[in-house]
Design a protein around this ligand. Structure first.
Ligand SMILES: C[S@@+](CC[C@H](N)C(=O)[O-])C[C@H]1O[C@@H](n2cnc3c(N)ncnc32)[C@H](O)[C@@H]1O
Length: 534
């Protein structure tokens, strides 16, 4: 990056300095994955000054006599004064604000690096991947806050509990289940929340990954004082809790805690997994944490990612038909905020527990003994197995004031972990978010998820609004005829350009089918790539 002498100003003390805008620009460039060289032009020394300098050969190769006399006279070797423009740039370097959580060199190295999304339902994650999850204290702090609030309000609202005998329905002890417990950080947080809320609990930890299960058993012995009932199972096939003192029958769960969220909210199949376990929740007041999650989109222009994906097509014909997890950096948001048309628009929402008892519906239709078994990760015990209620559809209009090429859609999610159940309370919900305009307010410095990128095979160029252009996007999350697949497809059309352009077939690489495995967070790719070629 070349900086000419003419952009420097003279400050009050008469020294060269840069305007605030130029300082900000340089600070931004200094946070790139590849930091540019800065070359100052025309800031001296002039030819006359260079000629006036002592001959370098004289100073670099002095005779022994000269060295001896310089030592006696305590003379230091000749050092030309630092150019004041260079000195100012050094000063700017020292004044840079410290790195934020997202700007550490480890995370910076993931700028614009494409990774296939994680598939924790189809795959068993590695211990190192869990370790990466566990490094993000912001996520677990928010979960702990949500669990504590749920427990405190349960008491305040005097809701009946699952473990209570019929004679004392308001017993204080809660039944808590952490489903998809991994190596147990949410179990630790749930135990801590119970202590803070002064609520006795019976707690279950479910995990389908045998390696993580062994880790949970060990943690139960060493850290949790055997207070946790650890079960190795797919949560959709769990029989339910056998409560202390009532081991002969299956009980219900008061609070169900899960973290099965992907960068686009539902793309790690949280809705489908929760469908298979939610019939264990006590009705009608059982709580799911998270309570809900939403997926959000914005069209982006990103020649760099487009070129990267295009270059992969030879080796990977599905490269354009894959959603990629990527720390978006060299991008332009094509849409602008306008009344009724935000830059980031919600595609759809999932809320839990799903209101209709799908198990009951299924039993009504097929009889009580029928049990739907999927071909993949486990039986959908208690759920109908049909997935119509998890289909979603959106039709969004973005205002695109300047002409440009849309190379794809940037996807994000937000989740309400817990919202107060007090009717007249204005308490803020406990949330996590990766939306660029919300993350700092809702879960600052949370690094567990990078955005998702849905590439468009054919770039789409919207016209500016005075030509009645803009971008109309239709996206659907389809149920599949195969029990294993989830489908998504989009059409993105600028009016007055082509009616439909840039459709991609992401559906081909949805969970359970894609042979490639990956991550939702930058660092995880190291472990994923080390495990299997991406
Ligand atoms: C994203 S990890 C979260 C792990 C842990 N709760 C945390 O926050 O660090 C999701 C976990 O859920 C597990 N999982 C996914 N689907 C599951 C299912 N259907 N039944 C049981 N466990 C499941 C995965 O094996 C993985 O350990």
């Amino acid at each position: 990056m070349t900086i000419g002498q003419e952009i420097f100003q003279v400050n009050k003390a008469g020294h060269p300095s840069l305007s605030r805008h130029h300082q900000d620009l340089i600070n931004r460039y200094m946070r790139l994955r590849s930091i540019p060289w800065l070359v100052l032009c025309d800031v001296g020394p002039s030819l006359e000054e260079l000629l006036a300098l002592p001959n370098p050969a004289d100073t670099e190769f002095p005779s022994l006599a000269e060295v001896s006399s310089a030592l006696k006279e305590k003379r230091r070797p000749y050092m030309p004064a630092m150019n004041e423009h260079v000195a100012y740039m050094r000063y700017l370097e020292r004044q840079q604000p410290p790195f934020s959580a997202m700007e550490t060199p480890a995370l910076t190295s993931f700028q614009d690096w494409l990774q296939p999304p994680l598939q924790p339902l189809a795959d068993n994650l590695e211990s190192a991947t869990y370790e990466v999850f566990e490094g993000d204290s912001v996520k677990y702090d928010q979960y702990e806050k949500a669990i504590t609030q749920a427990m405190v309000e349960w008491k305040e609202l005097e809701k009946p509990t699952a473990g209570a005998p019929a004679s004392h329905p308001y017993c204080r002890e809660l039944v808590v289940t952490v489903a998809g417990a991994g190596r147990g950080p949410l179990v630790t947080r749930a135990l801590r929340a119970a202590k803070t809320a002064n609520t006795p609990i019976q707690i279950w930890a479910l995990e389908k990954n045998q390696d993580a299960y062994v880790y949970l058993l060990r943690k139960n012995k060493l850290e949790w004082g055997n207070k946790v009932t650890v079960v190795k199972t797919d949560m959709r096939g769990w029989e339910g809790p056998r409560l202390q003192g009532y081991e002969d029958k299956i009980g219900k769960v008061d609070i169900l805690i899960t973290e099965l969220l992907g960068s686009f909210g539902d793309n790690e199949l949280s809705p489908e997994c929760l469908d298979g376990i939610q019939h264990h929740l006590i009705r009608p007041h059982g709580i799911s944490i998270p309570h809900s999650y939403t997926a959000h989109l914005s069209p982006i222009s990103t020649p760099r990612l487009y070129a990267d994906i295009s270059s992969r097509v030879v080796a990977d014909p599905n490269a354009f038909e894959t959603p990629w997890v990527v720390r978006l950096f060299a991008i332009d948001y094509v849409a602008q905020k306008a009344p009724g048309h935000p830059r980031f628009q919600q595609a759809w929402e999932f809320a839990h527990p799903v209101i209709t008892l799908r198990a009951d519906e299924f039993a009504l239709k097929h009889g009580k003994k029928a049990r739907y078994v999927t071909g993949g990760g486990g039986s959908m015990a208690g759920a109908s197995g049909s997935n119509e209620h998890n289909a979603r559809h959106c039709h969004l209009t973005f205002v695109c004031p300047t002409r440009g090429v849309i190379h794809g859609l940037a996807g994000f999610f937000e989740s309400v972990l817990y919202a107060t159940q007090h009717k007249k309370s204005d308490k803020e919900p406990v949330e996590i978010s990766i939306l660029p305009d919300q993350i700092d307010r809702k879960s600052k410095d949370m690094v567990s998820w990078f955005p998702i990128f849905f590439p468009l095979k054919v770039g789409c160029a919207p016209l500016p609004p005075h030509c009645q252009g803009g971008c109309v996007l239709t996206l659907a999350r389809n149920r599949s005829t195969s029990p294993k697949t989830q489908n998504s497809r989009s059409a993105c059309g600028g009016r007055r350009t082509t009616p439909r352009c840039g459709t991609s077939g992401w559906w081909r690489s949805m969970p359970g089918l894609d042979p490639r495995r990956g991550s939702r967070l930058g660092r995880q790719i190291c472990t994923a790539a080390a495990r299997s070629p991406v």
